[in-house]
Design a protein around this ligand. Sequence first.
Ligand SMILES: Cc1cc2nc3c(=O)[nH]c(=O)nc-3n(C[C@H](O)[C@H](O)[C@H](O)COP(=O)(O)O)c2cc1C
Length: 204
Amino acid sequence: MKPRCAAPVVDLHQTGALTARLNAPMVGMRDLPLARVYRLIEPGPVVLVSTAHRGRANLMTMSWHMMMDFMPPRIACIVSSANHSFAALRATGECVIAIPAVRLARTAVGIGNCSGRAADKFKRFKLTPMPAARVSPPLVAECFANLECKVTDRRLVGRYNLFILDVVKAWIDPAQKNPRTIHHHGYGKFAVDGRTIRIRSAKP
Ligand SMILES: Cc1cc2nc3c(=O)[nH]c(=O)nc-3n(C[C@H](O)[C@H](O)[C@H](O)COP(=O)(O)O)c2cc1C
């Protein structure tokens, strides 16, 4: 039986098209260094990760994260082992993901360019720590959303620095209307979230 919606089958080997395609560079396409790929597959808003370890709170900037599930909201994120935050997250298993709007863009870049080993970043960047409900690290009052998270899977930490987090409590600041998030394109270049459009879709 003929499958429905079947595309017409063309044998590329017979037409010689495949050989031609493999040998010639594609018209209008240039080689893209693999080191730049991350700038294209940019996952989501730049966020701040708040941790607390040995009585000290710290912040780092993060853009390598990904939603994994709806309920509980589950997030995968990469935290380099070179970062001070890595040790705190691994030891305590807790963090807050604080989401800044564009007005905090310079602050987010500043936080991502220095280490909490030496500096108190809350003080240095004039941010206000607020007690969280379910975890020890503080919320960031100036961010429009704060997600209290617990590490639920560490199996890929050793191999990829990849932490799986479950959001256990979430906060939104109703005073910040239509916050525009920032999205990292590498080395200080960001896209700012802008126009929204609506298209009918059954998917959540
Ligand atoms: C825009 C931006 C995005 C970043 N994203 C990440 C990330 O996803 N993962 C990571 O490990 N470091 C990321 N960093 C780097 C850390 O924020 C940076 O190394 C920071 O100084 C770590 O602070 P800490 O040593 O106090 O933990 C990013 C930095 C910037 C500026």
